[in-house]
Design a protein around this ligand. Structure first.
Ligand code: SAM
Length: 318
């Protein structure tokens, strides 16, 4: 039997997860489920072809990045207005999710990020009490939500992500060692019916067809489980906001699609999920300092009225 490796080992073997001692009740062995080869990244997302307007974009956040918008012709945080007036915007490298997150991983948790801050502020109060629950963080990246749920008293938990670099970054967080596996969220390496609570944060846009995702989430959750999915709001996407970051002084953008609330609900209904509620928070005063610290307070006032994040709470069928 070939044993797929995990973030623990420093290398990976495609999309398969593995049993990990201590959390064996979560992880299935690779031969228990035929996990398909990962779709190539270019089939996971449609590349974003920038319009001329988008070439002179504003970045929400220059160093760590999250989104840039073509709403003004001014330059990025930290680049200065005079430069924007005199020079064309620097080129943006468009990369796949796997290329992008491998580069971004080292700084993903380090730099303040207004959308992650907003999402945490909006999602935390919606989450049920994690105490005693078995939790899954799907497309967990560096395990942002898994770490929170475990520290909130979850009985047990695990995370999966396609990027080994993001998973490695997560290993430095308390309690995550032995709980992370590299896997595609369309074919999770978890046993069926294992999760009371599943969070999938800022990752649905990396796949066009959400139906298999809804069905896979249905497989790994218990009857009546709570499932929370979040992503960049489609309205922000329609205005040209894109996931981006800076690496060694250069700008990168990760291609993603936007899913409407209707499309997300339809896909999850195919897994039997019922929508409990959706919320569409906007940036507000708690995020203002992030913009101001980057010298972009004026941009904050222009974008704060736009729904920035989509959060859907689903319940698994009983
Ligand atoms: C913006 S990050 C979000 C990470 C984490 N959920 C958070 O909110 O901090 C998006 C993550 O989705 C992961 N990802 C993209 N496509 C995936 C897929 N098909 N299966 C699993 N993970 C995927 C990326 O590797 C990346 O870590």
């Amino acid at each position: 039997m070939s044993v797929p490796r995990t973030a623990e080992t420093g290398s990976t073997t495609g999309c398969q997860g593995r049993s990990i001692a201590g959390e064996a009740r979560f992880f299935i062995r690779s031969e228990e489920k035929q996990i398909p080869r990962c779709a190539r990244d270019d089939s996971l997302r449609s590349p974003v072809i920038p319009s001329e307007a988008q070439r002179s974009e504003v970045r929400f956040q220059d160093s760590g990045g999250v989104h840039r918008t073509p709403e003004t012709g001014e330059s990025a945080f930290g680049c200065g207005l005079s430069r924007a007036a005199l020079l064309p915007a620097p080129p943006v490298h468009r990369v796949s999710a796997s290329e992008g997150y491998d580069l971004w991983a080292a700084t993903y948790d380090r730099d303040p990020n207004p959308l992650l801050g907003l999402e945490e502020r909006a999602l935390q109060p919606l989450l049920p009490d994690a105490r005693g629950k078995q939790v899954l963080d799907v497309a967990c990246g560096t395990g942002r939500w898994l770490a929170r749920l475990l520290s909130a008293g979850a009985r047990s938990g695990a995370g999966a992500d396609l990027s080994s670099a993001m998973l490695h970054a997560g290993l430095s967080k308390v309690g995550l060692r032995g709980r992370l596996a590299r896997a595609d969220y369309q074919a999770l390496p978890f046993q069926s019916g294992v999760a009371d609570l599943l969070v999938c944060s800022f990752a649905l846009g990396y796949i066009d067809d959400l139906v298999p995702v809804g069905q896979e989430f249905a497989r790994v959750t218990r009857p009546g489980a709570d499932v929370f999915v979040t992503d960049l709001h489609p309205e922000g996407h329609a205005r040209g906001w894109r996931t981006g970051f800076r690496y060694r002084g250069e700008s990168f953008e990760i291609g993603a699609s936007a899913h409407s609330i209707r499309a997300v609900c339809k896909a999850f209904a195919s897994g039997g999920f019922e929508l409990v509620r959706s919320v569409e928070p906007r940036l507000d005063e708690p995020e203002r300092p992030i913009f101001e610290q980057a010298g972009r307070g004026n941009l904050f006032d222009r974008v704060r009225h736009i729904p920035a994040v989509l959060i859907c709470h689903f319940r698994a069928p009983r």
